[in-house]
Design a protein around this ligand. Structure first.
Ligand code: KG4
Ligand code: ZN
Length: 345
């Protein structure tokens, strides 16, 4: 099955064509085209994403990217169009949904394909299923503990099989990516803050400042990162006239955040006898998170399998929407084609 996917929930306009086969037992994917137009430079002067600017850029970029797809010959006869309907910025989501509708009726007419389907997909399921993009074997990976860490979400899940999952916990305030972005602003780093903090942290000592690890010992699977961000703010305020090394602040903040994520993830692994961990979302591109988790698992002599999508598929993209679209299609799960900013998993 050939899937055309569209993603416009935040500040990346993305289109992809993915060939999918194998069904729910053995899903297999081949990426034929993956296009992303990033708006980072446009939002950077504002220190964050401006919804109406995002909408304007999506409206401009969608036809340009689609032309590129058509030029490459790949849009010929998709069987399914999958578009993100939420969560995200509603004005931005609508641009993708309306565009998907237009292409759908266009292709139905020009190709005379009456079987063509159009479905709405959750951006969060996109991140979740980005872990199976690398054609991993479905054997011996469930139950799994997925952790979605992005700019808008921090969610820990228990996945019984490919289509059955439940939320164990989530952030009660800021998402972890959001905390990275806010701390980056405190350190006068540019947007988006995650990659900037990671770069700076490499030169710093993570043991220099003992920032709090919020909720780390609470026997639930929720998170809280706003207090950690405030601790960084007060640390910087209190040491205004002393020589504070920004590198140490970045490294110590990053380690505090990752300690909480890793500790709760591994506790869930133990409680639910999980066979794998699947990390996804923009923060999952962070090498320090990947390495800390790997070495913790090694030190526990655990045989748990650890999955991270390729870095370009951790950040927002349309390939992951195609993957989630395929799984949803097989489940006959179809979301309403209207933008829902707060769509939940
Ligand atoms: O998944 P994503 O691209 O978009 C959302 O769905 O939110 O995630 C973006 C978030 C931003 O907050 C960004 O600062 C963070 O992911 N991020 C990182 C890194 N790269 C991106 N956080 C920590 N380390 C990174 N290397
Ligand atoms: Zn995302």
């Amino acid at each position: 099955m050939r899937i055309l996917a569209i993603e416009t929930s935040c500040d990346e306009t993305a289109l992809a064509i993915v060939e999918a086969k194998g069904g729910l037992k053995n899903p297999r994917f081949k990426i034929l085209k993956n296009l992303v137009a990033s708006q980072i430079k446009i939002h950077r002067p504002f220190g964050g994403v401006v919804p109406n600017l995002a909408k304007r850029e999506h409206l401009k970029n969608l036809p340009i990217l689609y032309k590129k797809l058509v030029a490459s010959g790949n849009t010929l006869n998709p069987d399914l169009i999958a578009v993100t309907v939420g969560p995200g910025l509603e004005p931005a989501l609508w641009t993708g949904i309306n565009f998907a509708r237009e292409i759908y009726s266009d292709l139905r007419q020009t190709t005379n394909n009456k079987q063509l389907k159009l479905i709405g997909v959750s951006h969060l399921e996109g991140h979740l299923y980005s872990n199976i993009l690398e054609n991993i074997r479905m054997k011996n990976i469930f139950p799994s503990i997925p952790l979605i860490v992005s700019g808008g979400h921090t969610i820990l899940l228990l996945m019984k099989d490919l289509t059955h999952y439940k939320k164990l916990g989530e952030t009660r305030d800021d998402a972890v990516g959001e905390a990275f972005d806010k701390v980056a602003r405190l350190l006068n780093l540019s947007y988006p803050g995650g990659p900037e903090i990671e770069k700076l942290a490499k030169k710093g000592n993570h043991e220099e400042i003992n920032f709090p690890r919020p909720m780390i010992n609470q026997k639930n699977y929720d998170f809280s990162f706003s207090g950690l961000k405030t601790a960084v703010l007060y640390y910087l305020k209190n040491s205004e006239n002393l020589s504070v090394k920004k590198e140490d602040v970045a490294a110590s903040f990053q380690r505090a955040a990752f300690d909480v994520l890793i500790s709760k993830t591994l506790r869930a692994v133990k409680e639910f006898s999980a066979k794998s961990i699947m990390i996804s979302g923009g923060v999952a591109t962070n090498n320090s998170l990947r390495n800390c988790l790997k070495s913790k698992i090694k030190s526990q002599k655990s045989k748990i399998k650890l999955f991270f999508p390729e870095k370009k598929f951790c950040a927002d993209n349309a390939v992951m929407i195609a993957v989630a679209g395929y799984i949803n299609y097989l489940q006959k799960k179809n979301r309403r084609l209207s933008a829902r900013g707060n769509l939940r998993l």
